[in-house]
Design a protein. Structure first.
Lengths: 213, 278, 179
């Protein structure tokens, strides 16, 4: 039996986590507040659309996904006080006016014939942007100091990937003609332009910059 | 997308046909194949021993399924219709979103059970009364009408269907109803807790909400569908209602409302069956 | 051959006596009973689906209104449901007239188990004659009356696929469900 009193390294050889991270507490709180605001908007709209879509399988998926995004917003809501923000509402805001315009355009479709637009907005624009924002955060935050955010990000990303796949499959099942493909891509482009203007879910720098300085 | 979505615009595929509660109540024959008030029987309780039990259970299961769809839609609309923090607390919306997931599962369960029982989607007419109760512009009214009145009825219905499955030896029915019953108790309790919390300092608003609940309770007791009498197909489930946060006096009040609805229906039937004057 | 529908004018449900008579004539021919006289009594005050048939001349089929109803659209007529309901009632009459069902109780005295067995036998034959039927509905009814197990399912299939059984054979199969 190994000697229990023999000195061991606090970080095992397979644990390669590092201290440095791109975000301090304040920046993390700012981002988390934007995430919470965006997740709230998403779950509210998904909930609102349930009554407007005639396709029963879509209706049921929206109901299921509505809860997942509500839970994400709850996770971020609970994280904010841990990041020194005792009034979570103060940071539960959009990053800029462009994001508000994006949400307005995203929310707009209501008619029962517009399921394609609703799903494209959620699953080809909004959720992919969540995935990229969360992935960037996960890969750039301190692996040691920001453990609680990382844990939430991992739970949430798992949901986002699954929901994105569900939504994408529903969209593909609805796109049966060239005209429908065009409709989908035009709506996607319209929303994408607005979200680019916003700089992403957390505003400019949501996923950093890929260009050499 | 509009705030406050009218019941007339509820989206359905081609299989479904919707009627309003007024249209349904205008049917002089009573409340359909669930078999309310058949005079020749010693009991109308929905049990396998009833000659029409299979079809009545199929009809009721279809009613449960479309009811779950509307409950899903209603909870979803409550997530969207109210401004967070100003008109509805964030935590209330989280509960409503959770309810969306639960109701979506209930639709899935009900669809599978309907297939098991030999019913096709949309085979029976859909009464939109449930979503109508979820259209109030006050979230507290929705909690009273949907979570307490409607989900309360769901507790009664699921208890009856669970017993039906147990007596018939139907393994799927009893199993599924048991699970759905657990969720419904949670939803009713959610409604009871929020109603008390939001109206804590607003007795007038609470009074209005409880009055609305009584109206909806009576609607859902229409024709004596649910009461403590053997003449009703659905039994008022006192025990599970207690678990859901109803007080004894509240349960007694619902029992009284239900009995009154049963008596009204009985009198109407007697008038219908009475020989016409020469 | 005469088909009479009572009432001739409906005041609660939106049924047409002539349309019902047309469906009835079609079913009589389909079942090889084209020479029979038939009276159909519709109780339009009750929204249930019961069908009671009495052999005689005329044959009398008493139905509650939902037996002919489009359940998707209350109070309106469904020719498909009318075909199925009349077919079930008329097949029971034809069985009784064959002499092989002399021991069977009258329709309104059938137990719920006897009724489920005979309904299965009738509907199974109607399927073979081309009627649109959702088999699972009848399977579920049979299970409700005999139990949810493999033996019940086997006996259901035996009855559903048969076309030459007598009353005692039906009852024997029904009893076998318990084993």
């Amino acid at each position: 039996m190994a000697d229990p009193f023999k000195a061991r390294n606090p970080f095992a050889p397979w644990d390669r986590r590092e201290l440095p991270g791109m975000f301090d507490v304040e920046e993390t709180a700012r981002r988390v507040g934007h995430y919470k605001w965006a997740e709230m908007k998403l779950f509210e709209v998904l909930g609102g659309w349930i009554a407007t879509v005639p396709e029963i399988d879509v209706k049921l998926r929206l109901g299921t996904h509505c809860y997942k995004h509500a839970w994400h917003s709850e996770l971020w809501h609970k994280r904010l006080p841990e990041l020194r923000e005792m009034n979570p509402d103060r940071l539960t805001v959009p990053p800029n006016d462009a994001m508000i315009r994006f949400i307005a355009a995203f929310t707009e479709p209501e008619a029962p014939e517009m399921t394609i637009e609703k799903l494209v907005g959620a699953y080809r624009v909004f959720i992919p942007h969540f995935i990229s924002a969360y992935t960037f955060h996960l890969n750039n935050t301190s692996q040691i100091t920001d453990g609680p955010t990382i844990r939430s990000l991992k739970f949430i990303l798992q949901d986002e990937f699954e929901d994105w796949r569900d939504g994408e499959m529903l969209i593909q099942s609805l796109l049966t003609t060239p005209a429908e493909v065009k409709r989908a891509s035009e709506h996607q482009a319209r929303l994408e332009i607005l979200l680019i203007e916003a700089g992403g879910i957390a505003g400019p720098g949501t996923i950093g910059s890929a260009y050499a300085e | 997308m509009r705030k406050f979505f009218p019941v007339s615009d509820l989206a359905r595929d081609e299989r479904f046909n919707q009627v309003t509660n007024e249209e349904r109540m205008a049917d002089p024959r009573g409340s359909g194949n669930t078999g309310v008030i058949r005079k020749a029987r010693s009991t109308n309780r929905l049990t396998p021993s009833r000659p029409d039990a299979t079809d009545a259970a199929r009809n009721l299961m279809h009613g449960i399924m479309v009811g779950e769809i509307q409950a899903l839609e209603g909870a979803g609309r409550t997530c969207f219709d109210f401004v967070t923090g100003e008109e509805a607390p964030f935590a209330l919306k989280l509960d409503m979103a959770r309810q969306c997931w639960d109701e979506a599962r209930h639709v899935e369960i009900s669809v599978k059970l309907s297939e098991w029982m030999g019913t096709e989607l949309g085979q029976f007419v859909e009464n939109t009364v449930l979503f109508a109760a979820a259209c109030s512009q006050d979230p507290v009214m929705r909690l009273a009408g949907v979570n307490r009145a409607l989900e309360g009825l769901a507790i009664d219905v699921f208890t009856t269907m669970k017993e039906f499955g147990e007596i018939a030896g139907d393994p799927y029915l009893a199993f599924c109803e048991d699970w759905m019953l657990a969720d419904e108790v949670t939803h009713v309790k959610m409604g009871s807790d929020w109603l008390r919390k939001i109206t804590e300092n607003d007795p007038e608003r609470r009074k209005k909400a409880l009055e609305f609940q009584t109206v909806v309770d009576k609607l859902f007791s229409y024709g004596g569908l649910r009461s403590e009498s053997d003449e009703s197909p659905i039994l008022l489930a006192r025990r599970f209602r207690e678990l859901a946060g109803f007080t004894d006096s509240e349960i007694t009040e619902i029992a009284d409302v239900s009995l009154a609805a049963l008596n009204e229906r009985r009198e109407a039937l007697e008038r219908t069956l009475a020989p016409s004057p020469a | 051959m005469t088909v009479t529908v009572e009432p001739s004018i409906f005041s609660i449900v939106n049924y047409d006596a002539n349309e019902i008579a047309e469906v009835a004539n079609e079913m009589l021919k389909l079942l090889g009973m084209g020479s029979k006289n038939l009276t159909i009594e519709v109780d339009e005050t009750v929204a249930m689906s019961r069908v009671i048939a009495t052999a005689g001349d005329p044959i009398v089929v008493h139905v509650l209104s939902s037996a002919f109803e489009n359940l998707k659209s209350p109070l309106s007529f469904s020719a498909d449901n009318a075909r199925l309901s009349l077919g079930r009632g008329l097949l029971r009459v034809r069985d009784r007239q064959s002499g092989n069902f002399d021991d069977a109780p009258l329709d309104d005295a059938l137990s719920i188990v006897e009724s489920a067995v005979w309904e299965t036998y009738c509907v199974g034959r109607l399927v073979k004659l081309g009627l649109k039927v959702h088999k699972q509905r009848w399977h579920y009814n049979f299970r409700n009356r005999h139990g949810f197990n493999d033996a019940t399912d086997r006996q259901f299939e035996q009855i559903w696929n048969a076309d030459n059984l007598d009353w005692s054979q039906l009852m024997e199969i029904s009893r076998n469900c318990a084993t």
